[in-house]
Structure formats: C-alpha cells, structure tokens
Design a protein around this ligand. Sequence first.
Ligand code: BT5
Length: 323
Amino acid sequence: MESTRKELIQLLNNVEGHISGQELSGQLGISRTAVWKHMNELKKDGYEIEAVQRKGYKILSSPDKISENTLRWGLDTKWIGHELHHYDQVESTQEIVHQLAKQGKPHGTVVIADEQVKGKGRMSRNWDSPKGKGIWMSVLLRPNLPPVQAPQITLLAATVLARMIAERSALAPQIKWPNDLLINHKKVSGILTEMQAEQDTIQYIVLGMGMNVNQEDREIPADIKYKASSLKIESRQHWNIQQTVQHILRLFEETYERFEAHGFSSIKKDWEHFGYKIGEEVTISTMKKTWQATLVGIEPDGALRAKSKDGEEEKLYSAEIHW
Ligand code: BT5
C-alpha cells in the first residue's frame, strides 16, 4: 500500500501534464478503482489533484508536510538533492550525513527532518528544532579545497539563505558573521559546518542549516525569545516549507558552482550586501580575549576584518560577535 502510493506520486511527478487513470493502473498493476481510491487518500493528505476527463490526473500542489516525494517534485537541480532522505524525527541530521558520507554517498546528498530531538549548534550548543516548524537540513559536500577554506562554505550558505528570504519576501535578512542569519536583529537561522579532513585535503563537509520557519511567537523557547524569531513571526505569513527548501537548494547549487569557478571573492559582494553591523562598533570575543572593535568587512578569503579603537586592524578566522 505504502510503496504503491510512493510509486503513484513518483509517476505523477514525472510527467509534465496529466497522466491517465488507465496508464497509472497499468504501470502500478492495480485496478482503476484502486487508483481512484489512492487519489482520494492523497487529497486527504493535502495534495491538490486535478482530474480532467479523457486526460487524467495531475498534482497541482503538494501538502505542507514534506516528504522525499514532495521535495523531489519539481526540483530541477543538477546535483544537489538527487540523493535525498527525509525523516519524521531524528536526533540530528548532521549525524546521519556523517554516516552517509562514510558510506560513500555523493556530493549534494541532502538529509532533512521534520523534527530534531538533539539538534546541534556550534560548540555542543543546542539547536531547538520543533516538529514541522522549520527547516532542519544537512548537505554532504565533497569540495576540492584545502581545509583552511572550509569556513567559506559557511559564509556561502549564509548568503544563500539570505538571498532566498529576500527573494521570497519583503524582509531584510542580515548575516551576522560567521553563521547567523538575523531579521530585525533576531536570529532566524544558524549554520553549522563540520569537516572531515586529512592533512591538506577535505574529505567531506557536512553543512547543517537550521531555519525557523513557521513558529508562532509562543513556540520560541522562553530563554531565547529575546534573540530568536521565525520567518512567520517576522513576515506575519505562513511559509510553504517544500517551496522554501527547493528555493534554498536551487540557489545553493548556483552559488556553489560560482564559488567553484571563481572562488570566494565572487561571493563576497553578496555577503557584504547582507552583512550585519558592518561599519559599526561591536564586542568581539575569541578564546584569548574580548574587546571593542568596528567591523570593517570581510576579506577576499572570508576572514572578518575588525578595527580596534587604537586603529589596529585584525583579520579574524574564528570569533563571536556580540552586540
Ligand atoms: C548555530 O549554532 O547557529 C548552528 C545551528 C545549526 C542547526 C542545524 S539544523 C540542521 C543541522 N542539524 C543539526 O543538528 N544542526 C544543524 P550556534 O551559533 O552555536 O547557536 C546556538 C545558539 O542559538 C543556542 O545556544 C541558543 O542560544 C540559540 N538557539 C538555539 N536554537 C535556536 C533556534 N531554533 N533559533 C534561534 N536560536 C536558537
């Protein structure tokens, strides 16, 4: 039953126009009545299906609840998401991609979950990932880069997420170096880049992207309410998760190819367009010290340039910015 249904969705997804009940029944090896029953089940699940006499069936839109099928439907990418795994609940999508990487899965493999019960931030921090409310997704990348350039992938992903939001809404996303995406000064998204490297080559990268999408105000945990928000809270609109994910994947592929062909300097402009507090004074802390400085911008290699009060400029590769 479940596998027939999967196949049915695949068949519907694979055609441009309509597909007749007869053809579906032939391909699936079930009766036309059974096809019709499956269609009704799909409608109950939120698929909008058009049935036209003498032409057949066509999916017009898929439900908000994502699945491998709904995510693949209409995803016209070259390599990202061709291998795609969706789970209802996981501990962390990062861990699953690490396992897939070790099994030799290809560059561009995507793992996405409705809910994470042990979502990870940086430095073993927690990432709140409530069921069906956001995008909790990790991508396997196998870049041909030296390990020192891995942090550029974080910056690249941040520009992709910012562009997606700017293209789909009137919101003004900003990137807080290195891995936060803010709207109206509140974090809506965080990126976690984990790398497996050997001496001077990257074996693989697991790029985790977490985005708060449809949480209501009351669904943001009390302890982070002052600094966290969601796309819905900021835009006062519900966002379709399937379309939002597909938009991210398309933009990511395009941006990543630009990065491969022309290097990080081709991403720098995008980044600076969305850069948060550039030209402003902030507090910076590293493992060694905490100090006040003005953010000058980023370097062609993605490092943050900050100028302290005595005029001294520093290039930072890892630090926390406070404001
Ligand atoms: C991050 O860490 O911002 C990286 C988040 C990466 C999450 C993705 S989801 C898919 C993949 N699978 C995973 O398990 N992780 C990745 P960091 O900069 O360390 O920020 C963590 C801090 O943000 C926490 O200590 C909280 O203060 C705050 N926080 C936790 N959950 C949040 C949320 N949903 N929205 C906004 N802020 C949050």
